[in-house]
Design a protein around this ligand. Structure first.
Ligand code: NAP
Length: 314
């Protein structure tokens, strides 16, 4: 069985950056990815704050380049969904959904995060039938239709803007008071200027309604308690993210929200196990900071392996 020097779980920005560094550092490197490489960045149309690219480049474009660069340095991409993690010991072992067991001397956990489910009635029932968590993936289904967007963070505002390229009208439901949005000012200003965007303030969604597909959203005004019905064909939820750490969080130091705690070398509390990207406890979750984490983690893994090698010949 192949024993990799470096096994990276997750092929998003953190994982691919780690693969570029690991491969270039001549480590036998593999990335295990369960879907399309590129992670959330590959489902983000607007990525205008990634230096050197800016307007005109999409997330998928940029991630394709990273993937090609990692492969050019001989990093392997393995398609599997890791379900079991054995992180302790000199040889780390993970088992995929395919039943394959993968072994490595060091591992970088770069599993990322996933959209938080709000859990209101109708949300689960109409998922894929009007309820969505990804505008880049699903916006085209709503051409000339009406959609609502829940949330007011960077994702909600950016994705609402993207939705206006297709939808006739996009109504953003904000639980905060009038014009006190969480998202960055630049995105907010351009959303205010967009005539296709409507706003519903101080309100939370309470139920998605429909028959075969979504037909409306019930929202409650948090100040008055009044419930109103907004006719729409789609509801996009952007109410934050959760780290994908549940399968190994009990083996590692983590915070209350299950984000993995590392030192500045991305090292976890287990020797040879590193964490990079959105699943890590950190200040700013962006493509650029994920890349930073991935590069540091791979470099630290290389040093860890070199030190082990040196100790073994002593
Ligand atoms: P986020 O910043 O955590 O925002 C989540 C939003 O959901 C908040 O506005 C929150 O409202 C709202 N929300 C939560 N529970 C709700 C509920 N029960 N009902 C209604 N609304 C609810 O998440 P995010 O926007 O996905 O961003 C995640 C991270 O990625 C952030 O660090 C963000 O800066 C980053 N990001 C950056 C960019 C960019 O730079 N262009 C783009 C995308 C994401 P409250 O504000 O009232 O809590």
């Amino acid at each position: 069985m192949t024993i990799y020097d470096l096994l990276i779980i997750g092929g998003g920005p953190a994982g691919l950056a780690a693969a570029i560094y690991g491969g270039r550092g001549k480590l036998k490197t593999a990335v295990i990815e369960k879907g399309m490489p590129g992670g959330q960045a590959a489902t983000t149309n607007e990525l205008e704050n990634y230096p050197g690219f800016g307007k005109g480049f999409t997330g998928p474009d940029i991630m394709q380049k990273w993937l090609a660069q990692a492969q050019a340095f001989d990093a392997e991409i393995l398609y599997d969904d890791v379900l079991e993690y054995r992180l302790k010991g000199d040889i780390k072992e993970v088992k995929g959904m395919t039943g394959t067991v993968y072994q490595a001397k060091s591992i970088i956990l770069a599993n990322g995060s996933e959209p938080r489910i709000l859990g209101i009635p109708g949300e689960k029932e109409f998922r894929g039938r009007g309820v969505s968590y990804c505008a880049t993936c699903d916006a085209a289904f709503f051409k000339d239709l009406k959609v609502t967007v829940i949330g007011n963070g960077d994702t909600a505002i950016d994705e609402a803007q993207y939705l206006t390229k297709f939808a006739q009208e996009v109504t953003i439901i904000v639980r905060r008071p009038y014009k006190q949005l969480r998202a960055n000012k630049r995105s907010v200003e351009s959303a205010y200027a967009n005539p296709k965007i409507k706003w519903v303030w101080e309100s939370v969604p309470v139920e998605v309604k429909g028959d075969q597909v979504v037909t409306s959203l019930l929202v409650q005004n948090t100040a008055t308690g009044e419930i109103s019905e907004i006719t729409c064909d789609g509801v996009f939820f952007f109410v934050g993210m959760l780290p994908r750490t549940e399968l190994f969080v009990d083996q590692l130091d983590h915070n209350e929200q299950n984000y993995i705690i590392t030192d500045e070398k991305m090292a976890t509390n287990i020797d040879g196990v590193f964490a990079a990207g959105d699943l890590r406890e950190k200040y700013l979750r962006q493509v650029i900071t994920a890349a930073n984490d991935g590069a540091i983690a791979a470099y630290a893994a290389e040093k860890y392996l070199a030190q082990k090698e040196e100790n073994s010949v002593k």
